[in-house]
Design a protein around this ligand. Structure first.
Ligand SMILES: Nc1ncnc2c1ncn2[C@@H]1O[C@H](COP(=O)(O)OP(=O)(O)O)[C@@H](O)[C@H]1O
Ligand SMILES: [Mg+2]
Length: 452
């Protein structure tokens, strides 16, 4: 029997180890996870896979030859004699699972689908899997037929995220971080037009700030539409080439944009280029990013007299969305509701915006309107965004997948400061539109192109 001394020593050693592990975990979680956490988790996940798969309904019955007990004759005492022999029995087969590999915030594992299974069977039980594995969330992806990759995140990586790194490439801005730990990048050259939806205080403006901070040092022109009296975008005026704060101004500015597009179209045609990126850098016009603060304001009618102006606005914005990509005009539209109730123009505009961002929303319809054509799980995830984490959003666009993401916190003061700092890089609107002209022929050309 161990004496009191050695027992005490054992307890002290154990508590030292526990304290050491705890401190290690607190000080440098990534290395702790890789060395101590992950190997144990991987073994536990593999060991319990049969039970978990069975519990989540991911197994299939298969007939197998098993060496198993079979009841034999009943002897005179009344007991049943059993014998072991080979017999075909129905057994639950689990899907084949590879060894989990560690990731920054958890682990991921590839699973072979059983016959008749589809990736959706796994997405449907993602929540059950997350609870069985005691992780924050499980995301399902299917990189190739017959395989699914289950990615588990241990904790919500979006609760606290680090600072905004400077953006490198033209029209590409890192605005936050994805749940996977990768940067959240808005790249206008890959996805030209974006919808950014969310309730008030959900982080829409913060994202626009992050975008502005990223774009300000770049050789791009920024244009704003802020029909809430200009309260949101006026402070960034020094870096904006043009800003419309009333309906009349927005009609004028949109006319300018359409004229600019027609002009660039002519330029490309003369040079035999399909888009401005095929033009020689010396003659390539400056790209224009259009920020719309509250999209609904552009469509809402206070009285009948505005009807024509709204129709004009709607058509012009749609034209910009349809043809802007090739001619270096990109849209970033924010709004609380981006629904068909605002008019048919919005639905058409929405169809042109392949980049979708859905912050916390008050009603399921807004999530459906923003992310409608995506996986239903994206909608569930969008509706589950908590008010305590503004800036968290569901993002779709770049690669056809959807992700949970969070923008970096960029205070209005920071954005204002950056706008002033790079004020000298603001091309003047007169300079940009210098050559643009709306001749009848050009408008006819445009119509022909739009109807083609
Ligand atoms: N990514 C973020 N991280 C931390 N706080 C954020 C983030 N995004 C927004 N916030 C906070 O939420 C508040 C509301 O955000 P805002 O962008 O003004 O929302 P909206 O424009 O949707 O009404 C901001 O004042 C800011 O403090
Ligand atoms: Mg706002």
């Amino acid at each position: 029997m161990p004496d009191a001394n050695s027992l005490g020593l054992l307890l002290i050693t154990l508590s030292c180890i526990a304290t050491g592990l705890y401190t290690w975990r607190r000080i440098h979680y990534p290395s702790f996870w890789l060395v101590a956490g992950y190997p144990l988790t991987a073994l536990a996940v593999r060991a319990a896979w049969r039970k978990v798969a069975l519990g989540c309904g991911l197994t299939k019955k298969r007939a197998r030859w098993w060496f198993t007990l079979t009841p034999g004759s009943i002897v005179s005492t009344g007991t049943v004699k059993v014998r072991r022999r080979f017999r075909r029995v129905a057994v639950d087969t689990k899907p084949w699972m590879w060894l989990p590999v560690p990731t920054r915030h958890g682990w991921r594992v590839t699973v072979h689908l059983l016959e008749g299974q589809v990736p959706a069977d796994y997405s449907d039980v993602a929540e059950r899997l997350a609870h069985s594995w005691r992780v924050h969330a499980v995301r399902v992806a299917s990189p190739r037929p017959g395989r699914v990759v289950l990615a588990a995140t241990m904790h919500d990586p979006l609760v606290r995220i680090d600072q905004l790194p400077p953006s490198g490439e033209l029209l590409k801005v890192t605005v936050g971080r994805l749940e996977t730990g990768k940067p959240w990048v808005i790249d206008f050259r890959t996805v030209p037009h974006w919808l950014n939806a969310g309730a008030t205080q959900s982080g829409k403006s913060n994202l626009a700030n992050a975008l502005l901070v990223g774009l300000a040092p770049q050789p791009v022109a920024l244009v704003g539409f802020d029909l809430k009296g200009g309260v949101e975008l006026t402070p960034y005026g020094p870096r904006l080439s043009a800003l419309a704060t009333s309906r009349a101004e927005s009609v004028g500015l949109l006319d300018d944009l359409v004229a600019l597009m027609v002009d660039r179209m002519g330029l490309c045609r003369t040079a035999g280029a399909r888009n401005i990126w095929q033009l020689a850098p010396a003659i390539r016009p400056v790209p224009v990013v259009v920020l719309v603060d509250e999209l609904a304001e552009l469509y809402l009618m206070a009285d009948k007299s505005e009807k024509d102006e709204i129709a004009k606005t709607s058509t012009a914005l749609l034209r910009v969305a349809q043809l802007g990509r090739a001619f270096g005009i990109y849209l970033f539209c924010c709004g609380q509701r981006i629904g068909a109730d605002l008019g048919p123009g919005v639905t058409a505009l929405r169809a042109q915006c392949s980049g979708r961002i859905c912050h916390r929303v008050n009603d399921p319809e807004t999530a459906t309107m923003t992310l409608g054509d995506l996986d239903p799980a994206a909608l569930v995830s969008a509706r589950a965004i908590a008010a305590e984490t503004p800036g968290v959003a569901i993002v779709a666009g770049q690669d056809g997948q959807w992700y949970r993401a969070r923008s970096y916190y960029v205070a209005e003061q920071t954005a204002e400061h950056v706008a002033r700092m790079y004020a000298d890089r603001t091309p003047s609107w007169a300079q940009i539109t210098e050559t643009a002209c709306t001749t009848e022929m050009n408008t006819a050309d445009l119509n022909e192109l739009l109807n083609a």
